[in-house]
Every structure is written in C-alpha cells, then in structure tokens.
Ligand binder design. Structure first.
Ligand code: 5GP
Ligand code: MN
Length: 343
C-alpha cells in the first residue's frame, strides 16, 4: 500500500525549493536514538545522491553503538559547536525536522532558534499529535519509525534505485531499533517488505544487529546486574515495574552514554507486567522512560504529569523532583490513570 502522506504536488513544491536553496539543514532530536541518527543520515545521503548538499545537526552526542553509520563524522552537535550551528540556522533556507513533532524536542535554546528561523520547515515524523510548525508536514502516527517514512519519501519520488547499502543500513537501523527488532504492533507487512528491499540493496542485517546489540562491556552488564538486583520495584496490583538510578549510582558504575539503553524493556519483559518505567537522574534533570503493552497510552500519562509525550507504548518525560520523589509521584498517580482506562 502506498503511503498517502507524500502527495505529488507537495513533493514537487519541496524539491523546487530545495533546488534553489544553498543552506539545507537536517535536525534530529535530543538524546538521539537509532531512528533519529538513521533517518537524518539516510536523508542526507539521499539528497546527496540527488546532487543536493545538506548538513545534519543534532542537539547532543550519541552512543558509540551508532557511530559506525556512514556520515556520523560529519554530524554537527549543538552542544560542541554552538556558534557554528547558530550561524548555519541564520543562513538556512530549508530546515528538516526528523523524528520529532515539536521544535522543543531539540532542547530549549536550539528550539527557540528554530522557532525564530524563517527557513522553510519540513517535518517527517511518526509521533502522536504533531505541532503545526512546518510548511511541509509529513506525519504518519501509525508508522513504526521515521526511517520507514524516509524510505517511503524516497519511494514516492521514484528514487528507490538510489538507495545504496550505506543509506540502506541507516534506514534499517532506525526501523530495527524503533520496532524493538520488528516486534512492536507498529510493524506491518510493508515494514518487512522495506527490510527485504534494503537487504536486496546490500544491507547486511546480521552485521547491523551485532553492531547495535552486541556491544556490552563488563561495566554495562554489572550496572544492569546491580539495577535488577537492587533497584527493580514490582507493583503487581497495577501490573507495573519501576526501575530507577541516581546520578551517584551511575557515576559509581562508570556509566557511559547509552549504557542504560534497553533497561526499561527488561522490566517490561516480565510476565504479568503491562507498564514499565525507568527513572534516571541526568546532569540537569530527572529523565523518565515509559513503556507499555496493549492499549495503555503511556504518552498521555507522561504528558499529564511529566511534560512529556511520545508513542502509545513508548514515551518519555522529565521531572524537576528528585529520583525518589519522582518514583513516589508515579506510584501516586499511575493507579488512578490506569483504572480510568478500563472504565
Ligand atoms: P525514550 O524512553 O527511549 O527516551 O523515549 C521513548 C519515546 O518517547 C521516543 O519516541 C521519544 O521520542 C519520546 N520522548 C522521550 N522523551 C520525551 C519528552 O520529554 N517529550 C516528548 N514529547 N517525547 C519524548
Ligand atoms: Mn522514531
């Protein structure tokens, strides 16, 4: 089935604009994941194959297990190069916003710069309730990943032949990581067809699985062991499991970027658990990850109590409280939220 969000007239108008623009920027969201890195780089490679130059910009750094993707060396990070990024935003004629639905997802300062910019904005995204900030909005909230949408964008332009193994590897990685390795209900027949096409284009799927998932270090496994042993709270009456880590605990275990990736899914993998929460103290705030099974909209809970959002089964938010107070707030508010769902 063709994705109808990529209408021909819109694409023609967009490519007309791109062909006359000299500064084209592609932004991903804060704390980038596989879909964010994969989709921004894949779009960059695709535009390059069409003779269009672009610059990928991310608010901050990304975990080592994503650094093998082609083009990661050329990504500009706002936290490391603020003046260069500010200067580029001032000159920008087109700004792509990938894998996020509101400009604040790039962080407060960068979000304000994007909001002020008069560049033509393009959004390609799959998160619920997209903000209306872009001149070209390509949003499909049923899609499993932004990488699937970038593939469909390329397909709608009749350009599938331009997908190289490197571009395909970026797309495959985003689909892989945003679908929990093809397991979430957002995966469709089309997703598997895309995976097949990417493998046909030269993508080595088993090497990608290895590069992304077989990256444990003794420190990470010890941190996981410590967390599951000491910091896992099971609340059977609301089918919920909560894990939490303070800054002190993270420092003590010599935690590197990306070490806690996937911990929340461990909690969700328990029999009889429908909601998993991971509360983690970051440098400036407490970050919360929510996961759920079935019809439990954790994005709504996160929006209601933690200024967050995301997808029905995978969402995030932030808290100004301490880790302990945040966990207590979740324990206080979640039972009522869950019980009103079944009424
Ligand atoms: P994660 O738990 O992996 O950080 O995020 C899960 C999902 O929720 C991702 O799709 C992510 O984009 C979204 N998300 C995470 N944190 C926030 C947040 O603070 N605000 C919003 N709106 N979405 C978030
Ligand atoms: Mn995504």
């Amino acid at each position: 089935m063709k994705n109808t969000i990529f209408e021909k007239e819109k694409l023609t108008a967009l490519f007309e604009k791109l062909s006359t623009s000299s500064t084209i920027l592609i932004f991903g969201h804060k704390s980038p994941d596989g879909d964010s890195i994969g989709s921004t780089l894949a779009l960059h490679h695709y535009l390059a194959a069409k003779g269009i130059t672009s610059q990928v910009i991310h608010p901050d750094g990304f975990p080592n297990f994503l650094k093998w993707m082609k083009g990661t060396d050329s990504i500009l990070c706002f936290d490391k190069n603020p003046s260069e990024v500010k200067e580029l935003i001032q000159r920008a004629e087109v700004i792509f916003n990938l894998d996020y639905n509101e400009q604040s997802r790039v962080g407060r300062e960068l979000g304000e710069l994007l909001t002020k910019s008069e560049a033509t904005k393009v959004m390609i995204d799959h998160h619920q309730q997209p903000d209306d900030f872009a001149n070209f909005t390509f949003s499909d909230t049923r899609s499993c990943s932004t990488c699937q949408l970038v593939y469909e964008f390329i397909e709608a332009n009749d350009d599938l032949r331009l997908i190289s193994s490197e571009m395909g590897s970026c797309l495959y990685s985003g689909i892989l990581t945003d679908t929990g390795s093809f397991r979430f209900s957002s995966v469709t027949e089309k997703t598997h067809q895309i995976a097949a096409q990417l493998i046909a284009a030269g993508v080595n799927h088993s090497a990608i699985h290895e590069a992304i998932y077989d990256v444990n270090t003794p420190e990470r496994l010890k941190l996981l062991g410590y967390t599951l042993n000491n910091k896992l709270e099971v609340l059977p009456e609301i089918k919920t499991a909560i894990i939490s880590l303070t800054k002190q605990e993270l420092v003590k275990h010599n935690t590197q970027k990306g070490y806690t990736e996937g911990f929340v899914n461990m909690a969700l993998s328990m029999l009889g658990i429908d909601v998993a929460v991971f509360v983690k103290e970051d440098d400036k705030m407490v970050k919360i990850s929510f996961r759920s099974k079935g019809e439990i909209p954790v994005n709504e809970f996160s929006k209601m109590y933690f200024n967050g959002g995301g997808h029905i089964n995978a969402a995030g938010g932030a808290s100004q409280l301490s880790v302990e107070e945040t966990v207590n707030k979740i324990k206080k508010e979640l039972p009522a939220f869950l019980s009103q769902l079944t009424q």
